[in-house]
Design a protein around this ligand. Structure first.
Ligand SMILES: [Zn+2]
Ligand SMILES: [Zn+2]
Length: 375
């Protein structure tokens, strides 16, 4: 597994461009003797199918394959051969853990039913899972439940955590356009410049979370970019204000959009401008099924040790497109320890090979538990 992981790490590919990775995955799955290996699902996705016994239930296990546009700074012997492209989120490790589980389950069985090994493209874009679903994943390779693992920097290798309910946040992207009339910086009265309104709007948007939402609702509204057509002595007549919103329940995301539009329109009116809002929902929250979290913790405890698994109670504000599968079937997204590594998306990040076998064993254990042979 370590050899596979280093091979994948050295050859990272960006979302929807995982041709070499997908070919590597498919050839391994065929080598392991799976019943069916389908390529090109949702672009570069791969689905392997393994059947044993007569059971009619199916469990899906999912890994992501894409890398990030980051210049690697690790000096590892298997460092990325493509400058500016790097496996900085550990998807090389996720892919390898799932390949390990496929090899193990194909060789040793121990379950009654169908396992779908889902290798998805473009997780970082938030588009890969949707692409596979749009390409008929559920119809062509049906399954009843799904499980996924993501490495967690700072958690000891060999440990696992899973939470109930929303465990990652939704991510929405917004863009507010303010329009007025630009002009000479010495004569502000002659036009309707937008810059003072931008300043006011940035502050007012921060009141959505602090003054409009209920105190027990969590969200983040971040303004990340302001682009104007002004220059040193020219007052801008147009500004684009861009940003990012994180939340955990769909109602809060809708409420934030509503307040944002109100505040943008109100501010524009105050300054004699016009305002437009474009609001896109990129990621939805990963919502774990409570009963299946119990199952995952029991399965993981059986291979890692019961003292190594934990119910987590604090959701993260990161986002994951695994959530898209959970809109169709129940399942669990769990975190598995990556030890004392740099944090994900950092140029010094590396997946800890010590966790590979643990991940493969957890995948196999939850499969065997959920597809237990009838006695
Ligand atoms: Zn990532
Ligand atoms: Zn990731």
């Amino acid at each position: 597994m370590t050899t596979w992981r280093h091979e994948l790490h050295a050859n990272p590919e960006f979302g929807f461009e995982e041709h070499r990775t997908a070919a590597f995955v498919a050839s391994k799955l065929r080598e392991f003797g799976l019943d069916e290996v389908a390529e090109g699902i949702g672009g570069t996705g791969v689905v392997g199918t393994l059947k044993r016994g007569t059971g009619n239930r199916a469990v899906a296990l999912r890994a992501d394959m894409d890398a990030l546009r980051i210049l690697e700074d690790t000096n590892l012997s298997y460092q990325s051969k493509k400058p500016g492209l790097m496996h900085a989120c550990g998807h090389d490790g996720h892919t390898t853990m799932l390949l390990g589980a496929a090899k193990l389950l194909a060789a040793e069985g121990g379950f009654d039913g169908t396992v779908r090994f889902v290798f998805q493209p473009a997780e970082e874009w938030g588009k890969g899972a949707l692409a596979m679903l749009a390409d008929g994943l559920m119809e062509r390779f049906p399954f009843d439940e799904i499980y996924g693992l993501h490495n967690a920097a700072g958690m000891p290798v060999g440990q696992l955590q899973a939470g109930i309910g929303a465990v990652t946040s939704a991510e929405d992207n917004f863009e507010i356009t303010l329009k007025g009339v630009g002009g000479h910086s010495s004569r502000p009265q002659s036009g309707r410049e937008v810059m003072v309104a931008v300043g006011s709007l940035i502050c007012s948007l921060q009141t959505i979370v602090s003054r409009r939402l209920r105190p027990n609702e969590t969200a983040v509204v971040s303004i990340t970019e302001v682009i104007t057509d002004g220059t040193r002595n020219v007052l801008p007549g147009q500004a684009r204000i861009l940003g990012d919103v994180r939340s955990f329940v769909p109602e809060v995301s809708l409420e934030i959009e509503k307040h944002m539009l109100e505040i943008a329109k109100g501010t524009a009116q105050t300054y004699g401008l016009s305002a437009e809002l474009s609001y896109l929902r990129e990621f939805v929250p990963v919502v774990n099924d409570a009963a299946l979290v119990d199952e995952m913790l029991a399965a993981a405890g059986s291979v890692l040790g019961t003292d190594k698994v934990q119910l987590s109670t604090v959701p993260g504000t990161g986002s994951e497109d695994f959530a898209r599968f959970l809109e169709h079937v129940p399942g669990v997204f769990a975190r598995i320890g990556n030890g004392d590594s740099a944090s994900a998306h950092n140029p010094k990040f590396d997946f800890d090979d010590g966790g590979l076998l643990h991940g493969a064993n957890v995948h196999a254990a939850i499969t065997r538990r959920r597809l237990a042979a009838q006695l």
